[in-house]
Ligand binder design. Sequence first.
Ligand SMILES: Cc1ncc(COP(=O)(O)O)c(C=O)c1O
Length: 385
Amino acid sequence: MNRLGTETAFEVLARARALEAQGRSVVHLEIGEPDFDTPANIVAAGQKALADGFTHYGPSPGLPALREAIAADFTRRRGVTVWADQVVVYPGGKPVMFFMLLALLDSGDEAIYPNPGFPIYESMIKFSGATPVALPLREENDFRLDVDELKAAITPRTKLVIINSPQNPTGAVLTPQDIRAVAELCAERKLWLLSDEIYARILYEGQHDTPLRYGDRSRIVVLDGFSKTYAMTGWRLGYGIMSPEFAVPMARLQTNATSCTAAMTQMAGLEALTGDQSSVDRMVAEFKRRRDVIVDGLNELPGVSCKRPQGAFYVFPNIRGTGLQSKELESRLLDEAGVASLSGTSFGAHGNGYLRFSYANSVDKIRDALTRFGAFLDKLPARVR
Ligand SMILES: Cc1ncc(COP(=O)(O)O)c(C=O)c1O
């Protein structure tokens, strides 16, 4: 259990809530979930499913109708043909990585993961007994991975590579050329590839692409889900796309762990995919507006500079010019200015020198946070800055 990590977002949220309980005001820019409610048509489908008796166990890989709908949606949006027997439905996107890494990794194996990156990758690689190998994402490369660096990180022990685009915590988007190069490299070296595409639809510029179009499909798993796209974090609904052969053990792990995903949740997911998509478009347009407000605002602050990310709902400003370490700034921003953010180091050692702000909050709140951040920096002694 000592090898198991966590997500510090939940710890910062708890500290922020404790401050609020003392009467302090806090602007929440720490948690990675849309602030929008689940669209009404999806909620209604969930309610109807309850009334219609979708309250029983179902098949471990997911309800056939939903697996069909996911395969059709994936085929249409990604331009790669996928069939229902390649889809396994889970309670969220996270179980896809949990089960995949548990299924494939053993002690002595190495797995390459993006750093800074979603903290559960490193945690789960360690938990499986394998060795995590950090692939640094650098600001000077717009936080995209460097394919030559990836090549150099591969050893005879490497079993698996993880990529994530659009990315948490930087919002970076890999180009189709990047995706193709990674997919071909993994195919050539016979490596498994986990492509975390949970933010695929939250894209403002550039183009989303998937390694399934280029690589060895027998060793690629795509993780996607409903949490971010349809503001359904609390419903717990995600899926993996994989080879029909690998879907068998991946569903069997689910049989052992949770039996199946909640039936009424899956029916809500069916409506999400097949119903009106305009709420997704509205949400993405609003996120884009907020992105521009927060990026422009951060770039006006002394000691802070921020790239304009192309996707997800995070910004990852460089805060080295403030003279403070990331962790100290995270903590003082919360205590002294009432702005909840996450230290870049919450996403791995290569996140040092950065903060992550989630802009899943209103433009007014974002402006308030920027004013508070500015006032905090103005009060810092000159020698710190
Ligand atoms: C990169 C990434 N992958 C996966 C997940 C997990 O999503 P879910 O809530 O559907 O399990 C998240 C959630 O924050 C994420 O940021």
